[in-house]
Design a protein around this ligand. Structure first.
Ligand code: HEM
Length: 356
Protein backbone atom coordinates (compact mmCIF):
# COMPACT_ATOMS: atom_id res chain seq x y z
CA UNK A 1 0.00 0.00 0.00
CA UNK A 2 1.17 3.54 -0.56
CA UNK A 3 -0.17 6.97 0.17
CA UNK A 4 -2.53 7.81 -2.67
CA UNK A 5 -0.69 11.04 -3.37
CA UNK A 6 -1.62 12.71 -6.62
CA UNK A 7 -0.34 16.26 -6.48
CA UNK A 8 -1.33 18.45 -9.34
CA UNK A 9 -3.94 20.50 -7.58
CA UNK A 10 -2.15 23.71 -8.46
CA UNK A 11 -5.36 25.58 -9.00
CA UNK A 12 -5.63 29.33 -8.69
CA UNK A 13 -4.68 29.17 -5.00
CA UNK A 14 -1.89 26.62 -4.49
CA UNK A 15 1.44 27.66 -5.97
CA UNK A 16 3.55 25.29 -8.06
CA UNK A 17 7.05 26.09 -6.76
CA UNK A 18 10.30 24.58 -5.52
CA UNK A 19 12.31 24.77 -2.30
CA UNK A 20 15.46 23.35 -3.95
CA UNK A 21 17.45 23.51 -7.20
CA UNK A 22 15.91 26.50 -9.04
CA UNK A 23 14.19 27.84 -5.88
CA UNK A 24 11.04 29.27 -7.45
CA UNK A 25 9.38 29.73 -4.04
CA UNK A 26 7.98 33.17 -3.31
CA UNK A 27 5.03 34.75 -1.52
CA UNK A 28 2.15 36.36 -3.37
CA UNK A 29 1.34 39.97 -2.35
CA UNK A 30 -1.46 38.56 -0.15
CA UNK A 31 1.01 36.03 1.28
CA UNK A 32 3.38 38.84 2.25
CA UNK A 33 0.63 40.77 4.06
CA UNK A 34 -0.21 37.70 6.16
CA UNK A 35 3.42 36.78 6.82
CA UNK A 36 3.88 36.10 10.54
CA UNK A 37 6.44 38.80 11.25
CA UNK A 38 7.73 37.74 14.67
CA UNK A 39 9.02 41.01 16.15
CA UNK A 40 6.59 43.07 18.20
CA UNK A 41 9.28 45.63 19.07
CA UNK A 42 12.58 46.88 17.65
CA UNK A 43 14.82 44.46 19.58
CA UNK A 44 14.87 40.76 20.37
CA UNK A 45 15.98 38.50 23.21
CA UNK A 46 14.82 35.03 24.26
CA UNK A 47 11.85 34.90 26.62
CA UNK A 48 9.11 32.46 27.63
CA UNK A 49 6.96 33.90 24.86
CA UNK A 50 3.88 31.69 24.99
CA UNK A 51 0.22 32.65 24.54
CA UNK A 52 -3.00 30.67 24.14
CA UNK A 53 -3.32 29.20 20.64
CA UNK A 54 -6.80 30.57 20.08
CA UNK A 55 -8.34 31.70 16.81
CA UNK A 56 -6.84 35.02 15.80
CA UNK A 57 -7.49 37.73 13.23
CA UNK A 58 -9.38 36.54 10.13
CA UNK A 59 -7.10 35.78 7.20
CA UNK A 60 -4.02 35.70 9.45
CA UNK A 61 -1.91 32.62 10.17
CA UNK A 62 -3.57 32.57 13.61
CA UNK A 63 -7.09 32.15 12.25
CA UNK A 64 -7.06 28.34 12.25
CA UNK A 65 -5.48 25.63 14.40
CA UNK A 66 -3.34 24.43 11.47
CA UNK A 67 -2.81 27.12 8.85
CA UNK A 68 -3.06 25.86 5.25
CA UNK A 69 -1.68 28.41 2.80
CA UNK A 70 -0.71 28.84 -0.85
CA UNK A 71 2.47 26.76 -0.36
CA UNK A 72 0.67 23.64 0.90
CA UNK A 73 0.90 21.31 -2.09
CA UNK A 74 4.49 22.25 -2.96
CA UNK A 75 5.61 21.81 0.66
CA UNK A 76 4.13 18.33 0.78
CA UNK A 77 5.94 17.40 -2.43
CA UNK A 78 9.19 18.69 -0.91
CA UNK A 79 8.59 16.63 2.25
CA UNK A 80 8.02 13.48 0.17
CA UNK A 81 11.36 14.12 -1.60
CA UNK A 82 13.24 14.58 1.68
CA UNK A 83 11.75 11.35 3.06
CA UNK A 84 12.60 9.43 -0.10
CA UNK A 85 16.24 10.48 0.32
CA UNK A 86 16.37 9.96 4.09
CA UNK A 87 13.58 7.93 5.76
CA UNK A 88 15.05 8.64 9.23
CA UNK A 89 13.55 12.13 9.10
CA UNK A 90 10.38 10.47 10.34
CA UNK A 91 10.68 8.27 13.40
CA UNK A 92 8.26 7.11 16.05
CA UNK A 93 9.31 4.91 18.95
CA UNK A 94 6.94 1.96 19.47
CA UNK A 95 5.18 3.41 22.54
CA UNK A 96 4.19 6.55 20.57
CA UNK A 97 1.67 4.97 18.22
CA UNK A 98 -1.30 6.04 20.35
CA UNK A 99 0.00 9.62 20.37
CA UNK A 100 0.17 9.37 16.57
CA UNK A 101 -3.53 8.49 16.47
CA UNK A 102 -4.27 11.39 18.82
CA UNK A 103 -2.48 13.76 16.47
CA UNK A 104 -4.17 12.31 13.39
CA UNK A 105 -7.54 12.90 15.00
CA UNK A 106 -6.65 16.46 16.02
CA UNK A 107 -5.42 17.39 12.56
CA UNK A 108 -8.22 15.70 10.60
CA UNK A 109 -10.94 17.21 12.77
CA UNK A 110 -9.34 20.68 12.69
CA UNK A 111 -8.80 20.74 8.94
CA UNK A 112 -12.24 19.36 8.09
CA UNK A 113 -13.79 22.01 10.37
CA UNK A 114 -11.63 24.94 9.23
CA UNK A 115 -11.25 24.17 5.49
CA UNK A 116 -14.36 22.19 4.42
CA UNK A 117 -13.68 23.11 0.77
CA UNK A 118 -10.46 21.05 0.86
CA UNK A 119 -10.81 18.42 3.60
CA UNK A 120 -13.59 16.21 4.84
CA UNK A 121 -13.85 13.65 7.63
CA UNK A 122 -16.87 11.42 8.18
CA UNK A 123 -17.13 8.83 10.92
CA UNK A 124 -19.21 5.71 11.28
CA UNK A 125 -18.06 4.45 14.67
CA UNK A 126 -14.35 3.69 14.24
CA UNK A 127 -14.73 3.51 10.45
CA UNK A 128 -13.45 6.89 9.20
CA UNK A 129 -13.47 8.40 5.73
CA UNK A 130 -10.90 11.12 5.03
CA UNK A 131 -10.75 13.21 1.88
CA UNK A 132 -7.87 15.55 1.14
CA UNK A 133 -8.78 17.21 -2.16
CA UNK A 134 -5.60 19.29 -2.80
CA UNK A 135 -3.46 16.13 -2.57
CA UNK A 136 -6.00 13.84 -4.25
CA UNK A 137 -6.36 11.52 -1.25
CA UNK A 138 -9.52 9.55 -0.49
CA UNK A 139 -9.00 7.07 2.37
CA UNK A 140 -11.30 4.89 4.39
CA UNK A 141 -9.70 3.37 7.49
CA UNK A 142 -10.37 2.06 10.97
CA UNK A 143 -9.35 4.48 13.72
CA UNK A 144 -6.73 2.86 16.02
CA UNK A 145 -6.04 0.04 13.51
CA UNK A 146 -2.67 0.73 11.86
CA UNK A 147 -3.10 -2.02 9.31
CA UNK A 148 -5.78 0.04 7.54
CA UNK A 149 -3.45 2.95 6.66
CA UNK A 150 -0.50 2.99 4.23
CA UNK A 151 1.78 4.39 7.00
CA UNK A 152 1.63 4.60 10.76
CA UNK A 153 -0.91 7.25 11.84
CA UNK A 154 1.77 9.84 12.70
CA UNK A 155 3.58 9.57 9.37
CA UNK A 156 0.31 9.34 7.45
CA UNK A 157 -1.09 12.63 8.74
CA UNK A 158 2.17 14.59 8.86
CA UNK A 159 2.86 13.75 5.20
CA UNK A 160 -0.28 15.81 4.59
CA UNK A 161 0.32 18.69 6.99
CA UNK A 162 2.62 21.68 6.62
CA UNK A 163 5.24 22.10 9.32
CA UNK A 164 7.40 19.73 11.30
CA UNK A 165 5.97 17.81 14.23
CA UNK A 166 7.45 16.14 17.28
CA UNK A 167 5.63 14.10 19.91
CA UNK A 168 6.80 14.20 23.50
CA UNK A 169 6.07 11.46 25.98
CA UNK A 170 5.70 12.65 29.59
CA UNK A 171 7.58 10.59 32.20
CA UNK A 172 9.46 11.38 35.43
CA UNK A 173 8.31 15.01 35.39
CA UNK A 174 9.99 15.58 32.05
CA UNK A 175 9.21 15.53 28.32
CA UNK A 176 10.95 13.10 25.97
CA UNK A 177 11.11 13.58 22.22
CA UNK A 178 10.02 10.10 21.21
CA UNK A 179 8.62 10.75 17.73
CA UNK A 180 9.12 13.30 14.97
CA UNK A 181 8.47 14.25 11.35
CA UNK A 182 11.29 16.69 10.79
CA UNK A 183 12.00 17.75 7.21
CA UNK A 184 12.06 21.56 7.46
CA UNK A 185 14.18 22.17 10.53
CA UNK A 186 16.51 25.01 11.40
CA UNK A 187 19.71 22.96 11.65
CA UNK A 188 18.88 20.30 14.24
CA UNK A 189 18.56 16.57 13.81
CA UNK A 190 15.69 14.30 14.81
CA UNK A 191 17.94 11.27 14.48
CA UNK A 192 20.29 12.86 17.03
CA UNK A 193 17.61 14.18 19.38
CA UNK A 194 15.18 11.25 19.44
CA UNK A 195 14.81 9.88 22.97
CA UNK A 196 16.25 13.04 24.55
CA UNK A 197 14.69 15.04 27.40
CA UNK A 198 13.62 18.71 27.28
CA UNK A 199 16.92 20.03 28.71
CA UNK A 200 19.03 17.64 26.65
CA UNK A 201 17.65 18.64 23.24
CA UNK A 202 17.79 22.34 24.24
CA UNK A 203 21.40 22.06 25.41
CA UNK A 204 22.96 23.88 22.39
CA UNK A 205 20.86 27.05 22.84
CA UNK A 206 22.95 29.97 24.22
CA UNK A 207 21.92 32.35 27.05
CA UNK A 208 18.43 30.89 27.61
CA UNK A 209 19.50 28.27 30.20
CA UNK A 210 21.22 30.90 32.38
CA UNK A 211 18.14 33.10 32.21
CA UNK A 212 16.02 30.23 33.58
CA UNK A 213 13.89 30.21 30.43
CA UNK A 214 13.92 26.46 29.92
CA UNK A 215 13.17 25.71 33.60
CA UNK A 216 10.10 27.93 33.42
CA UNK A 217 9.05 26.65 29.97
CA UNK A 218 9.21 23.00 31.07
CA UNK A 219 7.20 23.68 34.24
CA UNK A 220 4.61 25.44 32.10
CA UNK A 221 4.41 22.61 29.56
CA UNK A 222 4.01 19.90 32.20
CA UNK A 223 0.80 21.69 33.20
CA UNK A 224 -0.50 21.97 29.62
CA UNK A 225 -4.14 20.90 29.47
CA UNK A 226 -6.01 19.10 26.73
CA UNK A 227 -8.11 21.58 24.77
CA UNK A 228 -5.98 24.59 25.76
CA UNK A 229 -3.06 24.67 23.28
CA UNK A 230 -0.42 27.40 23.37
CA UNK A 231 1.82 28.94 20.72
CA UNK A 232 5.05 30.87 20.38
CA UNK A 233 7.33 32.24 17.68
CA UNK A 234 10.88 31.30 16.92
CA UNK A 235 12.93 32.63 14.01
CA UNK A 236 16.23 32.41 12.18
CA UNK A 237 17.68 33.32 8.78
CA UNK A 238 18.11 31.07 5.74
CA UNK A 239 19.95 31.65 2.47
CA UNK A 240 17.59 30.64 -0.39
CA UNK A 241 14.08 29.37 0.31
CA UNK A 242 15.33 26.01 1.51
CA UNK A 243 12.98 24.19 3.86
CA UNK A 244 15.34 21.34 4.59
CA UNK A 245 18.24 22.95 6.46
CA UNK A 246 19.23 19.81 8.36
CA UNK A 247 22.67 19.05 9.80
CA UNK A 248 22.58 15.89 7.67
CA UNK A 249 22.62 17.99 4.49
CA UNK A 250 24.83 20.84 5.78
CA UNK A 251 27.49 20.29 3.09
CA UNK A 252 24.83 21.17 0.50
CA UNK A 253 23.53 24.38 2.04
CA UNK A 254 26.16 25.60 4.56
CA UNK A 255 28.47 27.06 1.88
CA UNK A 256 25.63 29.20 0.43
CA UNK A 257 26.28 31.53 3.35
CA UNK A 258 29.39 32.73 1.51
CA UNK A 259 27.46 33.66 -1.66
CA UNK A 260 25.75 36.82 -0.43
CA UNK A 261 26.33 40.30 -1.82
CA UNK A 262 24.47 43.62 -1.64
CA UNK A 263 23.07 42.79 -5.09
CA UNK A 264 21.53 39.43 -4.22
CA UNK A 265 20.74 39.93 -0.51
CA UNK A 266 17.11 40.96 -1.05
CA UNK A 267 16.29 37.89 -3.08
CA UNK A 268 18.46 35.29 -1.36
CA UNK A 269 18.21 36.09 2.35
CA UNK A 270 15.02 34.85 4.01
CA UNK A 271 13.60 35.51 7.42
CA UNK A 272 12.58 32.05 8.58
CA UNK A 273 9.75 32.18 11.09
CA UNK A 274 8.51 29.21 13.05
CA UNK A 275 5.02 29.41 14.42
CA UNK A 276 5.15 26.72 17.09
CA UNK A 277 2.11 25.29 18.82
CA UNK A 278 1.83 22.84 21.70
CA UNK A 279 -1.11 20.52 22.28
CA UNK A 280 -1.80 18.07 25.10
CA UNK A 281 -3.14 14.90 23.50
CA UNK A 282 -6.16 13.19 25.06
CA UNK A 283 -5.49 9.40 25.11
CA UNK A 284 -1.70 9.23 25.28
CA UNK A 285 -1.17 12.33 27.47
CA UNK A 286 1.73 13.15 25.11
CA UNK A 287 2.55 16.73 24.07
CA UNK A 288 2.49 17.46 20.33
CA UNK A 289 4.79 20.24 19.13
CA UNK A 290 4.14 21.71 15.69
CA UNK A 291 6.80 23.84 14.04
CA UNK A 292 5.32 25.63 11.06
CA UNK A 293 7.97 27.33 8.96
CA UNK A 294 7.28 30.50 6.95
CA UNK A 295 9.94 31.90 4.64
CA UNK A 296 9.97 35.57 3.61
CA UNK A 297 12.54 37.13 1.32
CA UNK A 298 14.07 40.36 2.59
CA UNK A 299 12.82 42.12 -0.56
CA UNK A 300 9.28 40.92 0.18
CA UNK A 301 9.33 41.94 3.84
CA UNK A 302 10.60 45.47 3.24
CA UNK A 303 7.52 46.19 1.12
CA UNK A 304 5.90 46.71 4.53
CA UNK A 305 7.60 49.90 5.80
CA UNK A 306 7.20 49.03 9.49
CA UNK A 307 8.81 45.62 8.98
CA UNK A 308 11.69 47.07 6.94
CA UNK A 309 12.56 49.52 9.72
CA UNK A 310 12.19 46.97 12.46
CA UNK A 311 14.05 44.12 10.79
CA UNK A 312 17.01 46.43 10.28
CA UNK A 313 17.11 47.34 13.97
CA UNK A 314 16.70 43.75 15.19
CA UNK A 315 19.44 42.39 12.92
CA UNK A 316 21.81 45.26 13.67
CA UNK A 317 21.45 45.03 17.45
CA UNK A 318 21.03 41.29 18.06
CA UNK A 319 23.28 39.77 20.75
CA UNK A 320 26.27 38.22 18.91
CA UNK A 321 25.78 34.85 20.65
CA UNK A 322 22.28 34.64 19.16
CA UNK A 323 23.48 35.70 15.70
CA UNK A 324 26.20 33.03 15.91
CA UNK A 325 23.79 30.30 17.08
CA UNK A 326 21.34 31.23 14.32
CA UNK A 327 24.18 30.99 11.80
CA UNK A 328 24.36 34.51 10.42
CA UNK A 329 27.06 36.25 12.43
CA UNK A 330 29.43 36.33 9.42
CA UNK A 331 26.72 38.02 7.29
CA UNK A 332 25.15 40.22 9.92
CA UNK A 333 26.88 43.46 8.90
CA UNK A 334 26.07 42.93 5.22
CA UNK A 335 22.45 42.16 6.08
CA UNK A 336 22.16 45.26 8.26
CA UNK A 337 23.75 47.35 5.50
CA UNK A 338 21.18 46.14 2.94
CA UNK A 339 18.29 46.66 5.35
CA UNK A 340 19.45 50.14 6.41
CA UNK A 341 18.13 51.54 3.12
CA UNK A 342 14.62 50.75 4.44
CA UNK A 343 15.06 52.35 7.85
CA UNK A 344 14.39 56.09 7.89
CA UNK A 345 14.77 56.25 11.66
CA UNK A 346 11.08 56.84 12.33
CA UNK A 347 9.44 55.20 15.35
CA UNK A 348 7.53 51.94 14.82
CA UNK A 349 4.17 51.09 16.33
CA UNK A 350 4.04 48.29 18.95
CA UNK A 351 2.99 44.81 17.82
CA UNK A 352 3.78 42.72 14.75
CA UNK A 353 0.87 43.61 12.44
CA UNK A 354 1.92 45.24 9.18
CA UNK A 355 0.04 48.52 9.47
CA UNK A 356 2.21 51.53 10.11
C1 HEM B 1 8.10 20.13 23.48
C2 HEM B 1 8.34 21.30 22.99
C3 HEM B 1 9.62 21.75 22.37
C4 HEM B 1 10.44 21.09 21.50
C5 HEM B 1 10.27 19.68 20.94
C6 HEM B 1 11.55 21.98 21.21
C7 HEM B 1 12.61 21.67 20.39
C8 HEM B 1 13.67 22.50 20.12
C9 HEM B 1 14.82 22.15 19.33
C10 HEM B 1 15.05 20.79 18.69
C11 HEM B 1 15.63 23.22 19.27
C12 HEM B 1 16.98 23.31 18.52
C13 HEM B 1 18.13 23.02 19.47
C14 HEM B 1 19.45 22.82 18.72
O1 HEM B 1 20.11 23.81 18.37
O2 HEM B 1 19.82 21.66 18.49
C15 HEM B 1 14.99 24.28 20.02
C16 HEM B 1 15.48 25.56 20.18
C17 HEM B 1 14.91 26.51 21.00
N1 HEM B 1 13.81 26.34 21.79
FE1 HEM B 1 12.62 24.73 21.88
N2 HEM B 1 11.36 23.15 21.88
C18 HEM B 1 10.20 23.04 22.60
C19 HEM B 1 9.63 23.99 23.40
C20 HEM B 1 10.18 25.21 23.65
C21 HEM B 1 9.57 26.20 24.50
C22 HEM B 1 8.23 26.05 25.22
C23 HEM B 1 10.38 27.26 24.50
C24 HEM B 1 10.10 28.54 25.26
C25 HEM B 1 10.93 29.29 25.81
C26 HEM B 1 11.53 26.95 23.65
C27 HEM B 1 12.59 27.76 23.37
C28 HEM B 1 13.59 27.51 22.47
C29 HEM B 1 14.59 28.48 22.07
C30 HEM B 1 14.70 29.93 22.56
C31 HEM B 1 15.41 27.86 21.13
C32 HEM B 1 16.56 28.51 20.35
C33 HEM B 1 15.98 28.93 19.01
C34 HEM B 1 16.81 29.89 18.15
O3 HEM B 1 17.40 30.84 18.64
O4 HEM B 1 16.76 29.72 16.90
N3 HEM B 1 11.36 25.69 23.16
N4 HEM B 1 13.81 23.82 20.55
Amino acid sequence: MSLDFKPGAFNGFFRDETFRDDFTYRNSPEGIRRFPFPFDRDDYMYSVNMEPHTSGRKGSVFEHTFDVDEHYVSEMIDRAKVLAEDPLRCQSLPHMTLAGWDLLELIMESKARDYPQWFSLTKDGNRWHWINRPLGIDQTFTFLDESTLPYGPFEYITRQTQGDFSLQDERDNDLWMDAGMITSQADWSLDFDIGMSFMEWHAPVPLAHEKGIFDRALKFLLKLQHGAPVRRFNWTMTVNPLLDTAPETYPKWGPTRTTLSQDNMGNKMHLRVELQALFRLPRSNAVAFSIRCYLGKFEELVTVPKWGRRLHRVVRDLHPDLAAYKGFLRNRDAMAQWLSAYDDGKPTSPGWWPED
